[in-house]
Design a protein around this ligand. Sequence first.
Ligand SMILES: Cc1cc2nc3c(=O)[nH]c(=O)nc-3n(C[C@H](O)[C@H](O)[C@H](O)COP(=O)(O)OP(=O)(O)OC[C@H]3O[C@@H](n4cnc5c(N)ncnc54)[C@H](O)[C@@H]3O)c2cc1C
Ligand code: SF4
Length: 486
Amino acid sequence: MADPKGFLKVTERELPARRPVPVRILDWKEVYEPGDKAVLTRQAGRCMDCGVPFCHQGCPLGNLIPEWNDLTWKGEDRSAIDRLHATNNFPEFTGRLCPAPCESACVLGINQPAVTIKQIEVSIIDEAVSNGWVEPKPPTRLTGKTVAVVGSGPAGLAAAQQLTRAGHTVAVYERDDRIGGLLRYGIPDFKMEKKHLEMRLRQMRDEGTRFRAGVTIGEDIAWDELRQRYDAVVVATGATVPRDLSIPGRDLAGVHYAMEYLVEQNRAGAGDDVPNQITAEGKHVIVIGGGDTGADCIGTAHRHGALSVTNLAIGTKPSETRPEHQPWPTDPTVFEVSSAHEEGGERRFLASTVEFLGNEAGEVRALRVAETEYLPDGRRVPKSGTEHEIPADLVLIAMGFTGPERDRLEDQLSTQFTSRGAIERDDRYETADPGVFVAGDAGRGQSLIVWAIAEGRAAAAKVDEYLMGETFLPAPVQPTDVGMHV
Ligand SMILES: Cc1cc2nc3c(=O)[nH]c(=O)nc-3n(C[C@H](O)[C@H](O)[C@H](O)COP(=O)(O)OP(=O)(O)OC[C@H]3O[C@@H](n4cnc5c(N)ncnc54)[C@H](O)[C@@H]3O)c2cc1C
Ligand code: SF4
């Protein structure tokens, strides 16, 4: 156990400060100031090393949280990163981007604020990187088996790293020009700078994973041909089909899916020439949808110099504290103020969109909205008599994703889809085509990075078993696992 009386002596959470808003919206760097080692040690010392560590249950990866808290408190940083890497291939991603369901399950959270688990995680990996401890771990022998991983988001990368280390020859195919999936072209730099992704890709290349960017499976190579070329295939193509808002005026200029906007900014940030880039500069911006994607659009719009940013959510405002029907240790839905929300803009709840209004040039000029009315059958509709207009020069639709793209998969393989639009797989992550496995958002629907990594690891174990008859790779989650495992 870290400090036996730590949780009695230190009863508050302490996190690094975020850089001042007026300063940070002038650049695209991460929002946090560097952390203080003494604060981190104090926080690690609050961990009670519970007999039943509910935080393990809260984390889809089963991260060994009390163990690395203890090692951090003792200053044994090298051992801490080894324990962290034992269950998590990419703590530099989760330590920055995970919503930390582990903290909702922390036993301290019953009567005081949870241990700052996510902050300790990111500090361990950052310390390891700066000390040169993240070294390639190439396999000691090759199996002679080949695996194609399609999609280079966190699920594909985790599967590829596990399978490469198990001795298989792995090629990752990605249709974008750069590797990384949503880590590359979805998530803005102010949440995670790309240097962290580059660091991990370097390690993977040095271990022997091969990357093939700019290749669309289904078009450049047919899915069935890929299956024939390789001993196994992992489909990690994400859930990329955006949910649309089919109301009048949808085709006006200035109405875009969030990902059109975010991808272009990420390209510009990488130094690409982006002709006619969608920008919020000098515009009234409306972001429809309240999740991570919406928040990323808000932060990006502020950095572009928007005149105003309004975020609309159709539902009620979540409560600020844990609601009674979501008791500890579940991961509750609470009102969150992300760094992007802190930077400005207005958040409106119970806002139902009715119509996009345009000018004579066919450009959006306003959005007609109404208050949301809940019908007895649970449906949400615009309440008559409450309609009003909000000025808008740029509207970003961030209403989530309906699932993976399906046409070529259906045509070229025997792939089946669930009623929710995800790719059907059994409890071994295998699809209707023997030797074709699926991991990440493609199989579970739109989710989180931590789940993508957990699924990539678990699917890799099943692929290894399929190829070799047995496996020593860990499989942290089942395809049917949802949210908290408690
Ligand atoms: C804007 C945004 C912000 C987010 N922020 C967070 C966050 O802060 N924290 C968090 O936990 N989660 C966040 N998420 C969710 C998270 O990014 C996803 O759950 C995660 O990336 C899913 O990983 P994946 O590997 O399954 O798929 P993806 O990351 O979507 O990667 C799939 C890849 O497959 C490629 N591909 C698709 N089809 C083909 C094909 N036929 N051939 C070759 N390549 C193909 C795609 O180009 C893509 O690169 C966010 C999502 C979005 C959209
Ligand atoms: S990956 Fe997420 S849930 Fe797991 S320990 Fe880290 S912050 Fe917590």
